[in-house]
Design a protein around this ligand. Sequence first.
Ligand code: NAD
Length: 373
Amino acid sequence: MERIGIAGLGTMGLGIAQLYAQAGFRVLATDAQPAARDSAVARIRAALEPRVAAGKLAPEALEAMLANISVAAAPAGIARADLVIEAVVEDLAVKRRLLAGIEEAAGPETVLATNTSALPVAALAEGLRRPAMLVGLHFFNPAPVMRLVELVAHPGSAPAALARARALTERAGKEVIGCADRPGFIVNRCARPYYGEALAMLEEGRSPGDIDAAMLAAGYRMGPFALIDLIGADVNLAATEGLSRGMGGHPRYHVFAALRAQVARGALGRKSGQGFLFPGAPGPAPADATAIRLRIEATLANEAASLLAEGAASEGAIDLALKLGLNFPRGPIESARILGLDAVRAELARLAAAAPPALRGRYEVSPALAALA
Ligand SMILES: NC(=O)c1ccc[n+]([C@@H]2O[C@H](COP(=O)([O-])OP(=O)(O)OC[C@H]3O[C@@H](n4cnc5c(N)ncnc54)[C@H](O)[C@@H]3O)[C@@H](O)[C@H]2O)c1
């Protein structure tokens, strides 16, 4: 039986342990906190018991799956595995130390993976004795439910390590999409304009309800503000700031004052009881709903094209990643083709002409968008 090691039994690690155990892998898991280790199996049981009660999961299947999980007291206890995934706190020094310790106890064939959202995988490979064996496996929350996993290759990742991480994760039922080690990978980067352009319109005087209603009318399951309220304005701000830093402060990742102000007043969304829209809901679509959609989808397509131009992922991979990772009804390039590439490029030119000088570069047409036919 193949073995998967998991370090970190918080939100992500617990879900990742569950999904491989459900697929029949032997899972070895650990956490630095004794309470997290001691409660891990009980927390997975509690998460799945409603499915048993609803008749969707046989009690024997639950017991068999839980029996696949062993909890170890220290990282050395999870290292003897085919694939070891770290899902600990987002801190470069902590992750580096942990990975070095696991590598020390692992065999030469063990593939190491990081679930980091925002650290360069290459920075985590530095200092390892076998950096080629490290890859990124970026799961989405909740990991057992979300089908997408981004498989991140740093420049030194060995093709065999990437292939092994892919094969094991596909066998656990995931859609694994490869991408380069660029800030935000695919989804967190290409999603930025969905929020950013909505915030730009908010600062121009539009209401969150109008903007969300326009995107719902365009087939999106949640509008930008409902999504920020769900994720948390603080989390959205940290992601935007991280990407802005990672991309050298390019205005495409401009951090809008409206988002900072929202965080400063503690209106973080669902978790604080008050967000941009929450506890309210979008109203009927405004008269100019199609213009709002064109503006957001044009900027989404331009961002996707900029990632395409970096050679980080293919057009199909980007479209699929956004459909699976954000439940978008269409990928950004698919949307641009539906709207018409000329209309999209003209919208970007219009936005650039109307923007304040500091934001003009935000709408500059990416060469890859200019080249799309
Ligand atoms: N939460 C998300 O939506 C999400 C999505 C994708 C990726 N991620 C990434 O996944 C990782 C984990 O995030 P999370 O939300 O599960 O965090 P979390 O805070 O819920 O859990 C982190 C766990 O790691 C443990 N830990 C800390 N240092 C450790 C060490 N040295 N050894 C072993 N265990 C240690 C903590 O005790 C805690 O239980 C981060 O890198 C994060 O960026 C998070």
